[in-house]
Write a protein that binds this ligand. Structure first.
Ligand code: HEM
Length: 481
């Protein structure tokens, strides 16, 4: 069937551009009563922020920043000046169980990982848990072990804008839904805007989408629309018609042990050297990530951070990794595992690309936590990514690359685990190692004493197009299911 060209007015805003945010709430719900819910949904649809509106909001924020001489933030989506530009965005997505509740067969999306739900695939993701096979129970928060039918994302310039908008959403739903949990993320303050809790700039590299994004930055991979949107170029999976212009959203709550990480990074460096300067410790951390805290890539700047480079989207992705060579960037470094540009050819990487839209959660590290090198209050990343295949996207990145000590497989020595997100938890918390951590001796393995990123829950969701929300999922549906 010939499909009309993409209209940004039909797509939810978080998928293609990322809802601008200083803060974001994830309202997880169960559907109490399908009919009442579907009627409410018809009233919610006008509140859903489209990609077209999101693009406009991002332009408004950029103009405001230019006019007020505020440096642009390149982060996971545009960050908003908290007090001045009032903006909010609302999106909605459904789990397989949520679709079933609405009498829609999730198999129409033709992705068994989605139909089974993230919990049932958590053992393969390497999550810590008890039991094996169908008896496996991940060590997740209770709310994520139970049934979740959907999530409303509300993003905005400050907590009060977001809570007001969320109140509007709840008012529309009334008793047709039961709140399971609301998880709140906040962009970090001041000079840490756009940085995740370990301190590294996040959202530096995302693929650009043909005929949606542009102008493209040097080194940025340009992908077909079908990487992110069902039914578009190069999405060859057969699916039900109502999938068109929707996407899979993978959500993971990932607590980070920041004071413990900050203690380990310099001390691991001291294992083989006595030159324990701050600069040397910073290099070790940068070799875990593949970028300095500013976002500058270590492949081009292997000895010293360059904040101007980190902040410059025209240059900060303009590199590839030389195969078989980890002198500048370890094979296991997070960004090399997640995008092994140069190690394998681009055509083999593109099917695994995802659009990342996460946000940090939790408070800044306190003086007491710093002094004791111990996490007292939970903080981390609310990881969100969009893709048309969970098998090739999120799940593949986690299982086949981050958790696989032999990937990239044609390198002269084993790479080890992604030190940031690699998991080796089959049968309990397993040991992890990497090579390439020590610039002076790249074949020396480093035992990664702990795992600093845990997983405390998550789910796979379907983020439908606006026409599908309006005409298929809402009550006054006109399209057959
Ligand atoms: C708490 C957990 C995580 C932290 C602290 C983290 C941190 C980072 C940082 C600092 C970057 C470099 C800047 C950038 O390009 O955005 C990055 C890149 C990236 N991360 Fe993560 N990340 C986490 C979880 C994940 C997960 C779970 C995945 C997917 C399974 C993932 C996939 C990626 C990808 C695809 C890139 C871009 C690689 C590139 O194109 O160069 N990350 N991450």
């Amino acid at each position: 069937m010939a499909v009309a060209p993409l209209s940004l007015a039909n797509v939810q805003g978080d998928i293609l551009f990322g809802l601008p945010k200083q803060t974001e709430s994830f309202f997880f719900f169960q559907i109490n009563q399908a009919d009442a819910f579907q009627t409410s949904l018809a009233n919610l649809v006008p509140l859903i922020t489209t990609a077209e509106q999101t693009k406009g909001n991002i332009e408004t924020i950029r103009t405001f920043k230019i006019n007020n001489s505020i440096l642009p933030t390149q982060g996971d989506g545009e960050t908003v000046h908290p007090d001045v530009v009032s903006v909010n965005g609302v999106n909605i997505a459904f789990s397989a169980k949520g679709l079933q509740k609405l009498n829609i067969n999730p198999d129409g999306l033709n992705e068994s990982l989605f139909t089974r739900g993230m919990r049932n695939g958590s053992e393969q993701l390497g999550d810590l848990g008890n039991g094996t096979g169908s008896n496996f129970v991940p060590k997740w928060e209770d709310v994520f072990l139970g049934e979740i039918h959907g999530v409303v994302l509300v993003a905005g310039n400050n907590r009060s804008t977001v809570s007001d908008r969320l109140a509007d959403v709840k008012d529309i739903f009334k008793d047709s839904v039961k709140e399971i949990s609301t998880v709140i993320g906040d962009v970090r303050p001041d000079d840490q805007q756009g940085h995740e809790h370990f301190g590294y700039k996040d959202g530096v590299s995302n693929p650009a989408i043909k005929d949606v994004d542009g102008p493209f930055n040097l080194g940025q991979t340009v992908v077909d629309q079908g990487i992110a949107l069902f039914g578009r170029d190069n999405d060859t999976t057969i699916r039900s018609d109502w999938s068109l212009d929707g996407s899979f959203m993978a959500f993971r709550k990932l607590p980070q042990k920041v004071p413990e990480f900050d203690k380990y990074v310099p001390s691991s460096f001291l294992v083989i050297t006595t030159a324990g300067t701050q600069e040397a410790a910073d290099l070790m951390g940068a070799r875990f990530v593949g970028r300095w805290k500013s976002g500058a890539p270590i492949e081009t700047n292997p000895t010293k951070d360059d904040p101007a480079l980190g902040a410059d989207p025209a240059r900060n992705n303009n590199f590839t990794f030389p195969p078989k060579d980890q002198s500048k960037c370890p094979f296991a470094a997070h960004i090399r595992k997640m995008n092994p540009r140069g190690d394998i050819n681009e055509a083999s990487i593109i099917p695994h690309m995802v659009l990342r839209r996460g946000i940090p959660f939790g408070p800044e590290v306190s003086a007491e936590e710093k002094a004791t090198n111990t996490t007292i209050q939970e903080r981390g990343l609310l990881f969100v990514c969009y893709q048309t295949s969970i098998t090739n996207g999120f799940k593949f990145l986690q299982q086949a690359w981050a958790n696989n000590p032999n990937f990239p497989e044609f390198e002269p020595i084993q790479s080890g685990f992604d030190p940031i997100i690699g998991q080796n938890n089959t049968g309990g918390l397993g040991p992890r190692f990497m090579t390439g951590a020590f610039a002076a001796n790249v074949s020396q393995p480093l035992n990664l004493a702990a795992q600093w990123v845990d997983t405390s829950g998550g789910e796979y969701f379907f983020s439908p197009s606006i026409p599908t929300l309006r005409d298929v999922l809402a009550r006054n549906g006109t399209v057959s299911r």
